[in-house]
Design a protein around this ligand. Structure first.
Ligand SMILES: Cc1cc2nc3c(=O)[nH]c(=O)nc-3n(C[C@H](O)[C@H](O)[C@H](O)COP(=O)(O)OP(=O)(O)OC[C@H]3O[C@@H](n4cnc5c(N)ncnc54)[C@H](O)[C@@H]3O)c2cc1C
Length: 434
């Protein structure tokens, strides 16, 4: 049935990739995106009349699906690779933290802790039998592997950067996979990771995809929210939306699981399964600076005077200053819904971020800041406790014609653009084969 009507809900990277695959395969595709801009977590806004991502994005050496898509869209010349330097601010000092030599010289921990930390990271590169750690939390596994000191000084702040107060619930498998993915960005263990970026950021990829979809006859409707799925018996037949009803032979949900849950009619064991996954929210401060703060791309922080666990000096990877005229720095706060800081105003978040940065770099003050903004997303990071694989939803939902794309399906891999492109292509194949 090449004239199948497919409605795609969500205009992030996964919805757009699925829309492109299906449109060029001859399906009649409508994509609904609630916001007025496409891109979801990878969306951009404007700074100095140039697109700038609301959240930092980098590409890893193993991000095969993304690199292939970039090639297919004729964007290979926009993809660049550079060393992504990491530092660690501990107590009152910044330490380089990119190479084995840096780790050996990392004096906030004793020599034995440094050796255990480094050897553990090396072992993770080669470890294939990950089933043995599936039942453990990252905290228990890391303390057993590197000792309490290296865990508390190095690992715990890294977990808190990503999961906020959920940090001690995360599975060991998740952290192992993250180490494994990053190791694929390293040409030699002695050099810093080679990380990738696109000229113009993720927006370059998203805009190219949107243009291809439209050119192939697909319809993209921004500013339109899906409000419910219509079913006949155990089969989907359409989508209710803020712009009316869309008939559908197949529906692709490319929204976070709690958003899908709100669209499903009635109660079901499937809906209750989706509700079991918790998500951390993100509030991320983006600063346009007149000067760079450190020479690093990624700075981890472990200091009682600094109210965050790290920040990202994006223009030390993507030299945004060359075409945008500013140094770009992000301070992410991963928070849970009940946490007081999630309720804080943007001004308050900016104020505490600036105060924290002035601890890291005492010369830093408000005169360095050309612009400060805050972006927020409620479903930024799924929390994956031990045994999480059992609660990951399948690509094909137990309702005929409904397909689901969500970053939990990448588990044990972390959410990432490349993985979502791969999953979206799999869903497009399933629909094409129906
Ligand atoms: C701070 C941060 C940093 C990150 N850094 C990286 C990185 O360096 N590298 C990397 O690879 N990945 C990174 N990611 C992850 C990456 O951004 C995500 O994995 C990816 O963007 C998810 O895409 P998606 O299309 O699956 O979902 P989303 O991007 O969440 O898109 C879902 C879309 O659905 C829309 N929507 C929701 N409900 C409805 C509705 N009812 N009707 C219509 N539309 C709806 C939303 O508005 C949204 O646009 C980062 C994420 C964050 C938050």
């Amino acid at each position: 049935m090449s004239n199948d009507k497919v409605v795609i809900i969500g205009g992030g990277i996964s919805g757009l990739t699925a829309a492109w695959e299906l449109t060029r395969g001859g399906r009649e595709v409508v994509l609904l995106e609630r916001r007025n801009v496409l891109g979801g977590l990878a969306r951009s806004t404007q700074l100095n009349d140039k697109p700038i991502e609301v959240y930092y994005h980098f590409i890893c050496g193993g991000d095969r699906h993304l690199v292939e898509l970039v090639d297919e869209l004729g964007l290979a010349n926009d993809l660049h690779w550079r060393p992504g330097r990491t530092s660690y601010f501990v107590g009152d000092r910044l330490y380089p933290f990119s190479t084995p030599g840096d780790i050996l010289r990392f004096s906030p921990t004793g020599l034995l802790s440094r050796l255990r930390f480094g050897l553990h990271a090396l072992r993770c590169r080669r470890m294939a039998n990950w089933q043995q750690i599936e039942h453990l939390t990252a905290k228990d596994w890391l303390i057993a592997s590197v000792g309490s000191e290296a865990y508390e000084v190095i690992w715990q702040p890294l977990l808190e950067i990503k999961f906020g107060r959920y940090y001690d619930r995360v599975s060991a498998l998740w952290i192992w996979h993250r180490l494994h993915r990053l190791s694929q960005s390293r040409r030699s263990v002695l050099r810093p990771d080679q990380l990738g970026y696109l000229t113009g950021g993720s927006q370059t990829l998203l805009a190219a995809l949107a243009a291809e979809i439209t050119a192939a006859g697909g319809v993209i409707r921004t500013g339109v929210a899906a409000t419910g799925l219509a079913c006949a018996g155990d089969k989907v037949v359409g989508v209710e939306s803020s712009a009316g009803y869309y008939e559908a032979d197949a529906i692709v949900s490319a929204v976070p699981l709690p958003e899908l849950l709100a669209l499903l009619p009635g109660d079901s064991s499937y809906a209750r399964g989706l509700a079991a996954t918790d998500f951390a929210h993100v509030a991320c401060i983006r600063l346009a600076l007149r000067r760079s703060l450190t020479g690093s791309f990624w700075v981890n922080v472990n200091s009682p005077q600094v109210p965050f666990n790290g920040f990202v000096e994006y223009s030390n990877l993507n030299p945004w200053r060359q075409y945008g005229g500013a140094e770009v720095l992000y301070v992410p706060f991963y928070l849970n819904a009940g946490e007081e800081r999630w309720q804080w105003s943007d001004d308050r978040l900016i104020e505490v971020s600036l105060a924290g940065l002035s601890v890291v770099q005492p010369e830093f003050d408000g005169s360095w800041v050309a612009e400060a903004t805050v972006s927020r997303d409620a479903y930024a990071q799924a929390i994956c406790p031990p045994g999480f694989s059992a609660q990951v939803p399948a690509l094909r939902a137990p309702v005929e014609g409904l397909f689901v794309l969500d970053s939990t399906q990448l588990y044990p891999a972390d959410r990432n653009l490349s993985g979502m492109i791969g999953l979206a292509r799999s869903v497009a194949c399933m629909i094409a084969e129906r």
